[in-house]
Ligand binder design. Structure first.
Ligand code: HEC
Length: 166
């Protein structure tokens, strides 16, 4: 069936858009910081309980599907609907910070670049939701997916296999 959803676009992007990761960026969080962050949630919990649910809302809200039931737009159709996806986008921005916290970040190099990539894609998605710009919102979701899969490719390639087999 003809389909244009973010999840479909993602599979195409995943292979072509692995973010070039040259390292050596200037992200150098102070690992010695005395700030009492509570990082008892593992990266796995952060992914499963916060990041994936938020990202799924975004990916399920972009694109269209054409099947036996007809043509269906997935984009929000009301101000409240757009406000909701804007809020989920904000969560994505902040989870970029959560991933970069000392005690959670796996290194000061590529990990930080991917965490920043989450923030950038989330900010782009927020702006698109605010403007109710469907195409830009779709592209932001695709950019987000490329960040997720690039980081998984680098740190836990099994995750990508799980994604593509569902
Ligand atoms: C900075 C790197 C990084 C980014 C960015 C990232 N992930 Fe992950 N993700 C990981 C790592 C590492 C694991 C493996 C965690 C573990 O099992 O210890 C993981 C695991 C997962 C899992 C499996 C959780 C489970 O229950 O085992 C899901 C689902 C997931 N990520 C979704 C996402 C989504 C969706 C995005 C983007 C919106 C994303 N991740 C972005 C590093 C990242």
């Amino acid at each position: 069936m003809p389909i244009r959803t973010l999840s479909r676009a993602m599979l195409l992007l995943a292979s072509s858009l692995l973010i070039a990761c040259s390292g050596g960026d200037d992200a150098e969080p102070d690992a010695q910081s005395a700030t009492p962050y509570n990082t008892s949630l593992s990266v796995q919990e952060l992914m499963a309980l916060i990041i994936e649910p938020a990202a799924d809302v975004l990916w399920d809200s972009g694109g269209w599907v054409l099947d036996s039931a007809g043509y269906e737009e997935l984009y929000p159709t009301t101000d409240d609907g757009w406000e909701y996806v804007r809020a989920q986008s904000a969560l994505i921005v902040e989870t970029g910070n959560l991933l970069a916290l000392p005690g959670r970040a796996e290194d000061n190099d590529a990990w930080m670049i991917y965490s920043e990539g989450m923030m950038e894609a989330g900010l782009r998605s927020m702006a698109a939701a605010e403007a109710q710009d469907e195409e830009e919102f779709f592209q932001a979701g695709a950019q987000l997916y490329s960040v997720c899969s690039a980081c998984h490719q680098a740190y836990n390639p099994d995750i990508n296999n799980r994604f593509t087999s569902d």
